[in-house]
Design a protein around this ligand. Structure first.
Ligand code: AMP
Ligand code: MG
Length: 342
């Protein structure tokens, strides 16, 4: 479950979080996909009902949740996980789309993004809401063992120990669908937020680019800076929301598929990409890949990022993609420790 404040927050003017945008024409906030979904409509074409548009957007998100949630025994993904090692399982085409995109991302990231993390994620208790460090956790089988037939809409595993978890990418996909639903209904300006993923439509209510505050990964009441984007897809991953904290330190819910252990190369990765699905998958991969490897990948996928790592002494260091409009927030008022390096 997502705790505390959103990882990305819309801000107006030059201020901190809490400075709200103009009142929307219609807004909805619902608990779905294990987190809070928020949809706000700020401008529509003449004659368009903004309430109906927000409803349509929420319906898309709920539909993706019903198909892909591993917590739901009746979801397509759960049926796949129960049956695909013995026979090909028929699924909705949306599941095929996400699995194919996942495979593409796995290839691009050298396997850092890998949806076969389910057995590891489960062993760490990240699915039942009681994260704990296991004595022993299985390593992911590997994405190559998932066979997707995009013509017949079928999925099969070629090994018995494969388990698929789309938690690193499905929220982005749901946001893409929700945004498209609004666009098709004549929405001109909207803000959609789904647990660390943000999709915008058009410009902000003030007619300017959207300004998104990126939450400090260790101090929830603070921002590390403000990102300025037009119509965009942005996703933040890291260990700020779901983690195990014990005498060995903090272990977040992003798994390094090579080791079967929580990844710790970055504490937070915020990615701007061409689609919300891509941003979502890439931000998860970034936490595994670390700064250098991920920064090398970014130009090839047309993405931009703000990456935050913790140095051994606990000092946080951020790296910002060239060309990204990101204003570092003045942390001075409450910052006892040194703020970020650039
Ligand atoms: P996100 O918040 O988008 O970074 O997604 C984190 C979620 O993605 C975890 O809770 C898992 O469900 C899933 N996940 C964890 N590690 C990986 C990985 N290496 N590749 C793909 N999905 C992952
Ligand atoms: Mg993700």
């Amino acid at each position: 479950m997502s705790r505390g404040r959103p990882l990305l927050v819309a801000v107006a003017g030059l201020g901190f979080a809490g400075v709200c945008l103009a009142d929307p024409l219609a807004a909805r906030r619902e608990y779905v996909m294990g987190t809070i979904a928020e949809v706000r409509v700020h401008a529509v074409d003449p004659g368009v009902d903004p309430e109906q548009a927000t409803e349509a957007a929420m319906a898309e998100i709920h539909a993706v949740d019903r198909l892909m949630a591993v917590q739901r025994p009746d979801s397509d993904v759960s049926r796949v996980n129960r049956g695909a090692a013995t026979r090909a399982v028929s699924v909705d085409h949306r599941v095929v789309e996400v699995l194919r995109a996942s495979r593409h991302l796995s290839a691009l990231t050298d396997g850092a993004f890998d949806v076969t993390v389910l057995p590891t994620v489960r062993a760490w208790g990240f699915l039942d809401g009681h994260p704990r460090r296991p004595a022993d956790a299985p390593r992911p089988a590997g994405y190559r063992h998932v066979r997707v037939d995009a013509v017949r809409d079928e999925v099969a595993f070629d090994r018995a120990d494969v388990g698929v978890d789309l938690g690193g990418i499905a929220k982005g996909y749901a946001l893409d669908r929700a945004r498209t639903a609004m666009l098709e209904r004549g929405v001109r300006s909207a803000y959609l937020d789904l647990g660390g993923n943000v999709a915008t439509l058009g410009l902000a209510p003030d007619g300017r680019p959207w300004r998104l505050g990126v939450r400090h990964p260790r101090r929830p009441d603070m921002l590390i800076g403000v990102l300025e984007v037009g119509e965009a897809s942005v996703s933040t991953s890291g260990d700020a929301e779901r983690f195990v904290e014990d005498e060995y330190g903090r272990a977040g819910h992003v798994i390094d598929p090579r080791t079967g252990r929580p990844a710790d190369a970055l504490v937070s990765a915020t990615v701007v990409a061409a689609s919300a699905m891509l941003a979502d998958g890439l931000s998860t991969a970034a936490v595994v890949m670390g700064r250098d490897a991920f920064a090398d990948l970014l130009p090839r996928v047309g993405g931009r990022a703000v990456l935050v790592a913790l140095e051994p002494g606990g000092r946080a260091v951020s790296w910002v993609s060239p060309g990204l409009r990101f204003d570092v927030t003045d942390l001075a008022p409450a910052a006892a420790e040194p703020p970020f390096n650039h």
